[in-house]
Design a protein around this ligand. Sequence first.
Ligand SMILES: [Zn+2]
Length: 52
Amino acid sequence: MQNTVNRVELGTIVCRHCQAVIGTQDTEKVAFYYAACEKEDCRKKEQAAEGR
Ligand SMILES: [Zn+2]
């Protein structure tokens, strides 16, 4: 009997500006999370979106 923990990372974190995959996250179902990646261009867009 194997005692392996099946941790499947179903959550994908995607940059909302350039669609780059930033990372993954353990979630119970398939989901996409949108954030801003570290590109300067995307950070500027993110700040512009927040600063309204
Ligand atoms: Zn980006």
